[in-house]
Ligand binder design. Sequence first.
Ligand code: WQD
Length: 344
Amino acid sequence: MKAKSVILTGGAGYIGSHIAVLLIEAGYEITIIDDFSNSSPLVLDRIEKITGTKPRLIEQDLSAPDCVGSICSALAGRDYAGGIHLAGLKAVGESVDQPGRYYRVNLGATLNLLSVMEKLKCKTIVFSSSATVYGELNASPVDESGKTGPTNPYGFSKLFNEQILSDYAAANAGFQVINLRYFNPVGAHPSGLIGEDPKGIPNNLFPYIAQVAVGRRAALNVFGDDYETIDGTGVRDYIHVMDLAEGHLAALRFGLSGNWDGVECFNLGCGRGYSVLEVVNAFAAASGQKVPVKVVGRRAGDIAEIVANAARAEKLLGWKTQKDLNQMCADHWHWQEKNPDGFG
Ligand code: WQD
């Protein structure tokens, strides 16, 4: 009987909760490890409402020193097919102000998870990496052979984690690493029961626009309109979070069904970029709400454009995005309209 248990770190978060829903619907038994530092315990009830199953939970900071023993005890007694690792800090700007915290948490969580997986004899890890590892060194669309050169500690923490996993795989025959480099995740589950609920002022474009549309913010500040792009505003490769979640299941299956070990890396994006103003217009159309904008100066660290070449994921994982920008906006708005204050 093939092991059907999966360890899902950060599983109460925005992306993790969508992965949790699809894993449960695919018949996996999941255990979420989350400390709710950037998520709400309510999410587990919403996952149960969607799937009929409430995931097992270990409420724990995975980066905490000496947590491996207690986590292993809580996980004992099951065969684990794999680990899907999202737990970590993810705010680019904050990482510039707090590099030590970002490296301690993001690298510590990965090192602790590897110790847990070793004790449980779990040999497949799907890692939440990021397009931020590419920095601004490559022309778009960028493929997995692109030069890496992050421009902030958050991005370096992702790249360092990729290196840690690569070295670990080289030293442990049979161990599989699948790095998924996310572009810009947006949207929400069609039920509107789970979605993105950033704490404080949203750093990212979509949640900020959604809060303007629902009346929580007066207007969107457009960070610069003097880039060399279609309309001068930043261009990004937005990917629906449900497509992103499907990419994780495809990656897990690629590991479990394949007779390989070592490291594989995949870009998860649409391969199509949209500017800030294109997104604003699409969101206003999909939501029927006005989205006032104000053009201000560029944001430090921003690049003009980055778009994925996701052909490798299509070829090897049999995965490609299914949802377009209109669906991304409509589903993000459905979540925000049903949950004006997020999870409260
Ligand atoms: C998108 C565009 C901004 C907010 C970051 C991380 C990346 C990933 C996704 C984790 C840019 C513009 C934004 C606003 C704006 N996160 N913008 N006004 O910076 O591409 O990527 O989030 O993995 O790692 O780097 O996403 O949504 O912040 O910005 O004009 O209030 O929207 O300048 O052009 P970004 P974003």
